[in-house]
Ligand binder design. Structure first.
Ligand SMILES: Nc1ncnc2c1ncn2[C@@H]1O[C@H](COP(=O)(O)OP(=O)(O)OP(=O)(O)O)[C@@H](O)[C@H]1O
Ligand SMILES: [Zn+2]
Length: 497
Protein backbone atom coordinates (compact mmCIF):
# COMPACT_ATOMS: atom_id res chain seq x y z
CA UNK A 1 0.00 0.00 0.00
CA UNK A 2 2.70 2.45 1.04
CA UNK A 3 4.64 1.76 -2.14
CA UNK A 4 1.68 2.60 -4.38
CA UNK A 5 1.10 5.96 -2.66
CA UNK A 6 4.79 6.80 -2.99
CA UNK A 7 4.81 5.97 -6.66
CA UNK A 8 1.68 8.06 -7.17
CA UNK A 9 3.21 11.11 -5.49
CA UNK A 10 6.44 10.65 -7.45
CA UNK A 11 4.62 10.36 -10.79
CA UNK A 12 2.53 13.42 -9.94
CA UNK A 13 5.64 15.41 -9.08
CA UNK A 14 7.41 14.39 -12.31
CA UNK A 15 4.34 15.31 -14.43
CA UNK A 16 4.28 18.65 -12.66
CA UNK A 17 7.95 19.22 -13.60
CA UNK A 18 7.20 18.34 -17.25
CA UNK A 19 4.24 20.70 -17.13
CA UNK A 20 6.52 23.47 -15.93
CA UNK A 21 8.78 22.74 -18.91
CA UNK A 22 11.72 21.03 -17.13
CA UNK A 23 13.72 18.24 -18.78
CA UNK A 24 13.31 15.18 -16.52
CA UNK A 25 15.53 12.73 -18.48
CA UNK A 26 18.35 12.73 -15.83
CA UNK A 27 15.78 12.04 -13.09
CA UNK A 28 14.40 9.08 -15.03
CA UNK A 29 17.90 7.66 -15.71
CA UNK A 30 18.88 7.99 -12.06
CA UNK A 31 15.60 6.48 -10.98
CA UNK A 32 16.04 3.48 -13.28
CA UNK A 33 19.58 2.91 -12.00
CA UNK A 34 18.38 3.04 -8.41
CA UNK A 35 15.61 0.59 -9.15
CA UNK A 36 18.04 -1.86 -10.76
CA UNK A 37 20.31 -1.66 -7.74
CA UNK A 38 17.33 -2.37 -5.49
CA UNK A 39 16.40 -5.46 -7.53
CA UNK A 40 19.99 -6.77 -7.47
CA UNK A 41 20.29 -6.29 -3.73
CA UNK A 42 17.02 -8.03 -3.14
CA UNK A 43 18.11 -10.98 -5.28
CA UNK A 44 21.29 -11.32 -3.23
CA UNK A 45 19.24 -11.40 -0.07
CA UNK A 46 20.62 -8.18 1.34
CA UNK A 47 17.26 -6.58 1.78
CA UNK A 48 14.95 -9.40 2.71
CA UNK A 49 16.05 -9.95 6.24
CA UNK A 50 12.73 -11.46 7.12
CA UNK A 51 11.70 -13.76 4.34
CA UNK A 52 13.97 -16.59 5.49
CA UNK A 53 11.88 -17.23 8.56
CA UNK A 54 8.98 -19.42 7.81
CA UNK A 55 6.39 -18.56 10.34
CA UNK A 56 4.17 -21.53 10.80
CA UNK A 57 1.08 -20.60 12.71
CA UNK A 58 -1.60 -22.47 10.88
CA UNK A 59 -3.51 -24.75 13.16
CA UNK A 60 -1.74 -26.19 16.16
CA UNK A 61 0.09 -29.43 15.67
CA UNK A 62 0.14 -32.12 18.34
CA UNK A 63 2.40 -34.95 19.36
CA UNK A 64 -0.51 -37.30 18.59
CA UNK A 65 -0.19 -36.34 14.93
CA UNK A 66 3.25 -37.93 14.84
CA UNK A 67 3.45 -41.69 14.42
CA UNK A 68 5.87 -43.77 16.46
CA UNK A 69 8.91 -41.95 17.87
CA UNK A 70 7.62 -42.64 21.37
CA UNK A 71 11.00 -42.24 23.06
CA UNK A 72 11.74 -38.99 21.27
CA UNK A 73 8.31 -37.63 22.13
CA UNK A 74 8.70 -38.59 25.78
CA UNK A 75 12.16 -37.05 26.06
CA UNK A 76 11.03 -33.90 24.34
CA UNK A 77 7.99 -33.55 26.59
CA UNK A 78 10.15 -33.96 29.65
CA UNK A 79 12.49 -31.25 28.43
CA UNK A 80 9.59 -28.95 27.66
CA UNK A 81 8.51 -29.08 31.28
CA UNK A 82 11.50 -26.87 31.97
CA UNK A 83 10.05 -24.27 29.65
CA UNK A 84 6.46 -24.63 30.84
CA UNK A 85 7.35 -24.56 34.51
CA UNK A 86 10.01 -21.90 34.12
CA UNK A 87 9.04 -20.19 37.39
CA UNK A 88 9.44 -23.28 39.50
CA UNK A 89 12.62 -24.28 37.74
CA UNK A 90 14.03 -20.82 38.26
CA UNK A 91 13.15 -20.88 41.94
CA UNK A 92 15.20 -24.04 42.35
CA UNK A 93 18.14 -22.27 40.81
CA UNK A 94 18.24 -24.62 37.83
CA UNK A 95 19.82 -23.15 34.76
CA UNK A 96 17.31 -22.49 31.98
CA UNK A 97 17.01 -24.94 29.14
CA UNK A 98 18.06 -23.08 26.04
CA UNK A 99 18.52 -25.62 23.33
CA UNK A 100 17.46 -29.10 22.30
CA UNK A 101 19.20 -30.90 19.49
CA UNK A 102 17.25 -33.44 17.47
CA UNK A 103 19.51 -35.88 15.69
CA UNK A 104 18.68 -38.54 13.15
CA UNK A 105 18.26 -39.35 9.48
CA UNK A 106 16.22 -37.12 7.15
CA UNK A 107 12.46 -37.43 6.98
CA UNK A 108 12.00 -38.98 10.41
CA UNK A 109 9.82 -36.21 11.76
CA UNK A 110 12.23 -33.79 13.39
CA UNK A 111 10.41 -30.76 12.03
CA UNK A 112 7.10 -32.25 13.10
CA UNK A 113 8.43 -32.83 16.62
CA UNK A 114 9.55 -29.21 16.88
CA UNK A 115 6.14 -28.02 15.71
CA UNK A 116 4.40 -30.28 18.19
CA UNK A 117 6.71 -28.97 20.92
CA UNK A 118 5.47 -25.46 20.20
CA UNK A 119 1.86 -26.62 20.36
CA UNK A 120 2.49 -28.52 23.59
CA UNK A 121 4.11 -25.60 25.36
CA UNK A 122 1.80 -22.96 23.88
CA UNK A 123 4.66 -21.10 22.26
CA UNK A 124 4.88 -19.21 19.00
CA UNK A 125 6.83 -21.17 16.42
CA UNK A 126 9.41 -19.92 13.97
CA UNK A 127 11.17 -22.26 11.58
CA UNK A 128 14.21 -21.72 9.44
CA UNK A 129 17.12 -23.69 8.07
CA UNK A 130 20.86 -23.39 8.58
CA UNK A 131 21.42 -22.88 4.88
CA UNK A 132 19.36 -19.68 4.99
CA UNK A 133 22.12 -18.03 6.98
CA UNK A 134 24.87 -18.63 4.53
CA UNK A 135 25.39 -15.70 2.24
CA UNK A 136 28.17 -14.41 0.10
CA UNK A 137 28.28 -11.18 2.00
CA UNK A 138 30.03 -10.94 5.31
CA UNK A 139 27.83 -10.04 8.20
CA UNK A 140 24.51 -10.92 6.61
CA UNK A 141 24.33 -14.30 8.36
CA UNK A 142 25.01 -12.78 11.76
CA UNK A 143 22.49 -10.05 11.08
CA UNK A 144 19.90 -12.66 10.20
CA UNK A 145 20.51 -14.55 13.42
CA UNK A 146 19.92 -11.34 15.35
CA UNK A 147 16.78 -10.70 13.29
CA UNK A 148 15.50 -14.21 13.98
CA UNK A 149 15.58 -13.80 17.75
CA UNK A 150 14.15 -10.31 17.39
CA UNK A 151 11.18 -11.56 15.37
CA UNK A 152 10.57 -14.38 17.82
CA UNK A 153 10.25 -11.85 20.64
CA UNK A 154 8.05 -9.53 18.63
CA UNK A 155 5.82 -12.30 17.42
CA UNK A 156 5.32 -13.66 20.91
CA UNK A 157 4.43 -10.22 22.25
CA UNK A 158 2.03 -9.62 19.41
CA UNK A 159 0.24 -12.88 20.09
CA UNK A 160 0.39 -12.23 23.82
CA UNK A 161 2.38 -15.36 24.53
CA UNK A 162 5.41 -15.49 26.74
CA UNK A 163 7.15 -18.34 25.00
CA UNK A 164 8.70 -18.85 21.59
CA UNK A 165 10.31 -21.85 19.97
CA UNK A 166 12.77 -21.27 17.17
CA UNK A 167 13.48 -24.27 14.98
CA UNK A 168 16.66 -24.40 12.92
CA UNK A 169 16.83 -27.34 10.52
CA UNK A 170 20.24 -28.43 9.18
CA UNK A 171 22.05 -26.65 12.00
CA UNK A 172 25.30 -28.28 10.85
CA UNK A 173 25.42 -25.94 7.88
CA UNK A 174 25.82 -22.93 10.11
CA UNK A 175 27.07 -24.64 13.26
CA UNK A 176 29.93 -26.61 11.76
CA UNK A 177 33.28 -26.58 13.51
CA UNK A 178 34.69 -23.09 13.31
CA UNK A 179 37.53 -22.63 10.92
CA UNK A 180 36.57 -25.72 8.91
CA UNK A 181 34.78 -24.02 6.02
CA UNK A 182 36.45 -22.55 2.99
CA UNK A 183 34.88 -19.15 3.50
CA UNK A 184 35.17 -19.58 7.20
CA UNK A 185 35.03 -15.97 8.23
CA UNK A 186 31.36 -15.64 7.34
CA UNK A 187 30.35 -18.93 8.96
CA UNK A 188 32.27 -18.10 12.09
CA UNK A 189 30.56 -14.75 12.49
CA UNK A 190 27.16 -16.33 12.05
CA UNK A 191 27.87 -19.09 14.53
CA UNK A 192 29.36 -16.64 17.02
CA UNK A 193 26.23 -14.56 16.79
CA UNK A 194 24.09 -17.62 17.48
CA UNK A 195 26.19 -18.38 20.56
CA UNK A 196 25.86 -14.80 21.74
CA UNK A 197 22.08 -14.92 21.33
CA UNK A 198 21.87 -18.22 23.20
CA UNK A 199 23.96 -16.92 26.04
CA UNK A 200 21.60 -13.98 26.34
CA UNK A 201 18.56 -16.19 26.89
CA UNK A 202 17.35 -16.48 30.44
CA UNK A 203 14.54 -16.18 32.96
CA UNK A 204 14.83 -12.44 33.15
CA UNK A 205 13.56 -12.11 29.62
CA UNK A 206 10.02 -11.09 28.87
CA UNK A 207 9.73 -13.86 26.30
CA UNK A 208 11.22 -17.27 27.04
CA UNK A 209 12.92 -18.56 23.93
CA UNK A 210 13.81 -22.19 23.34
CA UNK A 211 15.91 -23.22 20.40
CA UNK A 212 15.31 -26.59 18.77
CA UNK A 213 17.79 -27.57 16.11
CA UNK A 214 17.97 -30.60 13.88
CA UNK A 215 20.86 -32.35 12.20
CA UNK A 216 21.76 -35.76 10.90
CA UNK A 217 25.45 -35.10 11.45
CA UNK A 218 25.89 -34.11 15.11
CA UNK A 219 29.57 -35.05 14.78
CA UNK A 220 30.10 -32.05 12.52
CA UNK A 221 28.91 -29.51 15.07
CA UNK A 222 31.22 -27.07 16.74
CA UNK A 223 31.78 -28.30 20.31
CA UNK A 224 30.88 -24.82 21.57
CA UNK A 225 27.29 -25.49 20.54
CA UNK A 226 27.06 -28.62 22.64
CA UNK A 227 28.40 -27.10 25.83
CA UNK A 228 26.15 -26.93 28.90
CA UNK A 229 23.81 -23.97 28.62
CA UNK A 230 23.62 -24.28 24.85
CA UNK A 231 22.29 -27.40 23.10
CA UNK A 232 22.84 -29.50 26.15
CA UNK A 233 19.99 -31.91 25.44
CA UNK A 234 20.05 -34.34 22.59
CA UNK A 235 17.03 -36.27 21.46
CA UNK A 236 17.57 -39.09 19.00
CA UNK A 237 15.02 -39.45 16.25
CA UNK A 238 15.58 -42.78 14.56
CA UNK A 239 14.05 -44.54 11.61
CA UNK A 240 10.75 -46.01 12.76
CA UNK A 241 10.54 -49.69 13.73
CA UNK A 242 7.65 -51.87 12.65
CA UNK A 243 5.20 -50.49 15.21
CA UNK A 244 6.27 -46.96 14.38
CA UNK A 245 5.78 -47.56 10.68
CA UNK A 246 2.33 -48.96 11.32
CA UNK A 247 1.39 -45.90 13.35
CA UNK A 248 2.70 -43.53 10.69
CA UNK A 249 0.93 -45.35 7.88
CA UNK A 250 -2.32 -45.29 9.84
CA UNK A 251 -1.96 -41.55 10.40
CA UNK A 252 -1.45 -40.86 6.74
CA UNK A 253 -4.33 -43.12 5.72
CA UNK A 254 -6.73 -41.33 8.05
CA UNK A 255 -8.15 -39.09 5.37
CA UNK A 256 -7.97 -41.59 2.52
CA UNK A 257 -10.67 -44.00 1.30
CA UNK A 258 -9.34 -47.52 1.85
CA UNK A 259 -10.79 -50.67 0.30
CA UNK A 260 -11.78 -53.55 2.60
CA UNK A 261 -8.89 -55.69 1.46
CA UNK A 262 -6.29 -53.27 2.77
CA UNK A 263 -3.95 -54.67 5.40
CA UNK A 264 -1.72 -51.89 6.64
CA UNK A 265 0.23 -54.33 8.84
CA UNK A 266 1.51 -56.06 5.73
CA UNK A 267 2.74 -52.76 4.33
CA UNK A 268 4.40 -51.90 7.65
CA UNK A 269 6.17 -55.28 7.60
CA UNK A 270 7.47 -54.75 4.11
CA UNK A 271 8.84 -51.26 4.57
CA UNK A 272 11.90 -51.92 6.69
CA UNK A 273 14.24 -48.93 6.56
CA UNK A 274 11.60 -46.44 5.38
CA UNK A 275 11.46 -43.05 7.06
CA UNK A 276 8.23 -41.29 7.95
CA UNK A 277 8.59 -39.14 4.86
CA UNK A 278 8.92 -42.26 2.68
CA UNK A 279 5.81 -43.76 4.27
CA UNK A 280 3.85 -40.59 3.69
CA UNK A 281 5.01 -40.82 0.10
CA UNK A 282 3.78 -44.43 -0.11
CA UNK A 283 0.24 -43.50 0.94
CA UNK A 284 0.23 -40.58 -1.44
CA UNK A 285 1.48 -42.64 -4.38
CA UNK A 286 -1.08 -45.33 -3.60
CA UNK A 287 -3.86 -42.76 -3.79
CA UNK A 288 -2.53 -41.52 -7.13
CA UNK A 289 -2.42 -45.09 -8.46
CA UNK A 290 -6.01 -45.68 -7.33
CA UNK A 291 -7.13 -42.52 -9.07
CA UNK A 292 -5.35 -43.61 -12.23
CA UNK A 293 -7.15 -46.97 -11.98
CA UNK A 294 -10.43 -45.10 -11.66
CA UNK A 295 -10.96 -46.98 -8.43
CA UNK A 296 -12.94 -45.13 -5.74
CA UNK A 297 -10.90 -46.85 -3.03
CA UNK A 298 -7.22 -47.48 -2.41
CA UNK A 299 -6.61 -51.21 -2.64
CA UNK A 300 -3.81 -53.34 -1.24
CA UNK A 301 -2.31 -53.70 -4.72
CA UNK A 302 -2.03 -49.92 -4.97
CA UNK A 303 -0.20 -49.77 -1.68
CA UNK A 304 2.15 -52.59 -2.67
CA UNK A 305 2.91 -50.96 -5.97
CA UNK A 306 3.50 -47.64 -4.22
CA UNK A 307 6.08 -49.27 -1.91
CA UNK A 308 7.98 -50.59 -4.93
CA UNK A 309 7.77 -47.23 -6.56
CA UNK A 310 9.23 -45.47 -3.56
CA UNK A 311 12.01 -48.03 -3.23
CA UNK A 312 12.96 -47.68 -6.89
CA UNK A 313 12.49 -43.95 -7.07
CA UNK A 314 14.26 -42.99 -3.92
CA UNK A 315 17.13 -45.44 -3.69
CA UNK A 316 16.59 -45.48 0.03
CA UNK A 317 19.93 -44.62 1.51
CA UNK A 318 19.26 -46.18 4.87
CA UNK A 319 17.50 -49.24 3.70
CA UNK A 320 19.56 -52.30 4.36
CA UNK A 321 19.56 -54.74 1.46
CA UNK A 322 18.16 -58.18 2.17
CA UNK A 323 21.68 -59.60 2.26
CA UNK A 324 22.68 -57.03 4.84
CA UNK A 325 19.57 -57.75 6.86
CA UNK A 326 20.41 -61.45 6.82
CA UNK A 327 23.94 -60.75 7.98
CA UNK A 328 22.83 -58.38 10.71
CA UNK A 329 20.31 -60.98 11.93
CA UNK A 330 23.02 -63.65 12.08
CA UNK A 331 25.33 -61.27 13.93
CA UNK A 332 22.75 -60.23 16.51
CA UNK A 333 21.51 -63.79 16.96
CA UNK A 334 25.09 -64.73 17.85
CA UNK A 335 25.31 -62.03 20.52
CA UNK A 336 21.88 -62.89 21.88
CA UNK A 337 22.37 -66.64 22.07
CA UNK A 338 25.74 -66.27 23.76
CA UNK A 339 24.31 -63.84 26.25
CA UNK A 340 21.46 -66.19 27.18
CA UNK A 341 23.82 -69.13 27.27
CA UNK A 342 26.16 -67.50 29.75
CA UNK A 343 23.55 -65.64 31.74
CA UNK A 344 19.98 -66.88 31.24
CA UNK A 345 17.45 -64.05 31.31
CA UNK A 346 19.96 -61.40 30.37
CA UNK A 347 18.51 -60.40 27.01
CA UNK A 348 15.71 -57.87 27.00
CA UNK A 349 15.32 -57.36 23.27
CA UNK A 350 17.04 -58.15 19.98
CA UNK A 351 16.42 -55.98 16.95
CA UNK A 352 17.63 -55.68 13.40
CA UNK A 353 16.22 -52.19 12.80
CA UNK A 354 19.01 -49.70 12.38
CA UNK A 355 19.43 -47.26 15.17
CA UNK A 356 21.91 -44.43 14.99
CA UNK A 357 25.05 -46.02 13.65
CA UNK A 358 24.18 -49.56 14.64
CA UNK A 359 22.41 -51.79 12.15
CA UNK A 360 21.00 -53.94 14.90
CA UNK A 361 21.47 -54.44 18.60
CA UNK A 362 20.85 -56.57 21.62
CA UNK A 363 19.48 -54.81 24.65
CA UNK A 364 20.36 -56.35 27.95
CA UNK A 365 18.05 -56.48 30.92
CA UNK A 366 20.63 -55.15 33.26
CA UNK A 367 23.02 -52.61 31.82
CA UNK A 368 26.62 -53.36 32.49
CA UNK A 369 27.20 -50.76 35.12
CA UNK A 370 28.49 -52.80 37.99
CA UNK A 371 31.27 -51.33 40.07
CA UNK A 372 33.15 -54.63 40.36
CA UNK A 373 33.78 -57.41 37.93
CA UNK A 374 35.15 -60.87 38.45
CA UNK A 375 37.43 -62.35 35.85
CA UNK A 376 34.64 -64.69 34.72
CA UNK A 377 32.23 -61.79 34.32
CA UNK A 378 34.74 -59.97 32.15
CA UNK A 379 35.43 -63.07 30.10
CA UNK A 380 31.72 -63.63 29.62
CA UNK A 381 31.31 -60.12 28.32
CA UNK A 382 34.17 -60.66 25.91
CA UNK A 383 32.52 -63.84 24.68
CA UNK A 384 29.21 -62.06 24.08
CA UNK A 385 31.02 -59.33 22.16
CA UNK A 386 32.91 -61.80 19.98
CA UNK A 387 29.85 -63.92 19.27
CA UNK A 388 28.40 -61.51 16.69
CA UNK A 389 31.31 -61.69 14.28
CA UNK A 390 31.98 -65.37 14.93
CA UNK A 391 28.36 -66.20 14.15
CA UNK A 392 28.86 -64.41 10.82
CA UNK A 393 32.00 -66.43 10.23
CA UNK A 394 30.29 -69.74 10.93
CA UNK A 395 27.16 -69.08 8.90
CA UNK A 396 28.43 -66.82 6.12
CA UNK A 397 32.05 -67.87 5.78
CA UNK A 398 33.57 -64.55 6.86
CA UNK A 399 33.27 -61.65 9.24
CA UNK A 400 32.38 -58.08 8.26
CA UNK A 401 33.16 -54.53 9.32
CA UNK A 402 29.95 -54.54 11.37
CA UNK A 403 31.92 -55.91 14.30
CA UNK A 404 34.59 -53.22 14.57
CA UNK A 405 32.98 -51.71 17.62
CA UNK A 406 32.52 -55.11 19.27
CA UNK A 407 36.22 -55.89 18.83
CA UNK A 408 37.20 -52.54 20.19
CA UNK A 409 35.25 -53.15 23.36
CA UNK A 410 36.43 -56.75 23.66
CA UNK A 411 40.00 -55.53 23.45
CA UNK A 412 39.40 -52.93 26.15
CA UNK A 413 37.97 -55.56 28.46
CA UNK A 414 40.93 -57.84 27.81
CA UNK A 415 43.33 -55.07 28.71
CA UNK A 416 41.33 -54.51 31.86
CA UNK A 417 41.82 -58.16 32.83
CA UNK A 418 45.58 -57.86 32.43
CA UNK A 419 45.98 -54.48 34.08
CA UNK A 420 43.78 -55.48 37.01
CA UNK A 421 46.10 -58.38 37.73
CA UNK A 422 43.56 -61.02 36.76
CA UNK A 423 45.62 -62.64 33.99
CA UNK A 424 48.17 -65.43 34.28
CA UNK A 425 50.83 -62.78 34.88
CA UNK A 426 49.29 -61.92 38.21
CA UNK A 427 49.61 -58.42 39.56
CA UNK A 428 51.69 -56.44 37.13
CA UNK A 429 52.01 -52.83 36.19
CA UNK A 430 51.29 -52.64 32.48
CA UNK A 431 53.64 -49.64 32.30
CA UNK A 432 56.59 -51.76 33.32
CA UNK A 433 55.71 -54.74 31.21
CA UNK A 434 57.47 -55.11 27.87
CA UNK A 435 54.87 -53.96 25.38
CA UNK A 436 54.79 -57.15 23.38
CA UNK A 437 54.29 -59.22 26.48
CA UNK A 438 51.25 -57.18 27.41
CA UNK A 439 49.77 -57.72 23.98
CA UNK A 440 50.76 -61.36 23.94
CA UNK A 441 48.77 -62.02 27.09
CA UNK A 442 45.83 -60.07 25.68
CA UNK A 443 46.03 -62.15 22.52
CA UNK A 444 46.02 -65.35 24.52
CA UNK A 445 42.92 -64.33 26.42
CA UNK A 446 41.11 -63.32 23.24
CA UNK A 447 42.09 -66.55 21.44
CA UNK A 448 40.85 -68.59 24.36
CA UNK A 449 37.48 -66.83 24.46
CA UNK A 450 37.21 -67.04 20.69
CA UNK A 451 37.63 -70.81 20.84
CA UNK A 452 35.03 -71.09 23.59
CA UNK A 453 32.56 -69.05 21.55
CA UNK A 454 33.19 -71.03 18.36
CA UNK A 455 32.54 -74.26 20.19
CA UNK A 456 29.24 -73.09 21.65
CA UNK A 457 28.03 -71.50 18.41
CA UNK A 458 28.97 -74.53 16.36
CA UNK A 459 26.94 -76.73 18.67
CA UNK A 460 23.93 -74.44 18.26
CA UNK A 461 23.91 -73.72 14.54
CA UNK A 462 20.26 -74.72 14.11
CA UNK A 463 19.21 -72.56 17.00
CA UNK A 464 20.92 -69.51 15.50
CA UNK A 465 19.16 -70.09 12.19
CA UNK A 466 15.85 -70.36 13.97
CA UNK A 467 16.45 -67.05 15.79
CA UNK A 468 17.53 -65.47 12.49
CA UNK A 469 14.32 -66.57 10.81
CA UNK A 470 12.22 -64.96 13.53
CA UNK A 471 14.33 -61.82 13.60
CA UNK A 472 13.98 -61.30 9.87
CA UNK A 473 10.26 -61.82 10.06
CA UNK A 474 9.57 -59.64 13.06
CA UNK A 475 12.64 -57.34 13.16
CA UNK A 476 12.41 -57.29 16.91
CA UNK A 477 12.02 -60.10 19.39
CA UNK A 478 11.69 -59.77 23.10
CA UNK A 479 13.84 -61.59 25.62
CA UNK A 480 10.91 -63.81 26.53
CA UNK A 481 10.31 -64.79 22.90
CA UNK A 482 14.01 -65.48 22.49
CA UNK A 483 14.10 -67.73 25.54
CA UNK A 484 11.10 -69.72 24.38
CA UNK A 485 12.75 -70.20 20.97
CA UNK A 486 15.89 -71.44 22.68
CA UNK A 487 13.88 -73.78 24.89
CA UNK A 488 11.96 -75.22 21.96
CA UNK A 489 15.21 -75.68 20.09
CA UNK A 490 16.83 -77.49 23.02
CA UNK A 491 13.82 -79.77 23.39
CA UNK A 492 13.74 -80.74 19.73
CA UNK A 493 17.46 -81.48 19.60
CA UNK A 494 17.14 -83.54 22.78
CA UNK A 495 14.31 -85.50 21.18
CA UNK A 496 16.12 -86.15 17.93
CA UNK A 497 19.24 -87.24 19.79
N1 LIG B 1 6.73 -39.92 12.68
C1 LIG B 1 5.99 -39.41 11.67
N2 LIG B 1 4.65 -39.44 11.71
C2 LIG B 1 3.92 -38.97 10.69
N3 LIG B 1 4.45 -38.42 9.59
C3 LIG B 1 5.78 -38.37 9.48
C4 LIG B 1 6.63 -38.85 10.52
N4 LIG B 1 7.90 -38.65 10.16
C5 LIG B 1 7.87 -38.06 8.95
N5 LIG B 1 6.59 -37.89 8.53
C6 LIG B 1 6.18 -37.32 7.23
O1 LIG B 1 7.36 -36.90 6.57
C7 LIG B 1 7.34 -35.49 6.34
C8 LIG B 1 8.71 -34.91 6.62
O2 LIG B 1 8.98 -34.97 7.98
P1 LIG B 1 9.93 -33.92 8.68
O3 LIG B 1 10.10 -32.73 7.83
O4 LIG B 1 9.46 -33.71 10.07
O5 LIG B 1 11.27 -34.72 8.72
P2 LIG B 1 12.68 -34.22 9.21
O6 LIG B 1 13.18 -35.26 10.13
O7 LIG B 1 12.57 -32.84 9.71
O8 LIG B 1 13.48 -34.32 7.87
P3 LIG B 1 14.65 -33.40 7.33
O9 LIG B 1 15.81 -33.69 8.20
O10 LIG B 1 14.77 -33.91 5.94
O11 LIG B 1 14.12 -32.00 7.42
C9 LIG B 1 6.27 -34.96 7.25
O12 LIG B 1 5.65 -33.85 6.71
C10 LIG B 1 5.31 -36.12 7.38
O13 LIG B 1 4.41 -36.14 6.32
ZN1 LIG C 1 27.87 -56.70 17.31
Amino acid sequence: MKKEILFGILAGFLSFLVYLGYDITPVIILGALGFMLYIVMQKKGLLKLDSYQKVIQNKAFHFEDIGGQETAKQELKEALEFLIKADKVNRMGIRPLKGILLTGPPGTGKTLLARAAAGYSDAVFLATSGSEFIEMYAGVGAQRVRGLFQSAREMAKKQKKNRAIIFIDEIDVLGGKRGSHSSHLEYDQTLNQLLVEMDGLGYDQEVQILLIAATNRPDLLDPALLRPGRFDRQVKVDLPDKEGRLAILKLHCRNKPLADDVCIEEIANGTFGFSGAHLENVTNEAAILALRDKSPFIKQTHLREAVDKVILGEKLGNRASSTTLHRVAIHEAGHALMSEFLKPGSVDQVTVTSRGNALGYVRHTQEEDEPLYTKTALENQIMILLAGALSEEIHLGEKSTGATNDFQRALELTQKIVSSGLSRLGVVSPDHLPENEFYQVCQEILRQQENNVLEILNENKEMILCIVKHLKEKEKISGTELRSLIQQGTKSTAMSA
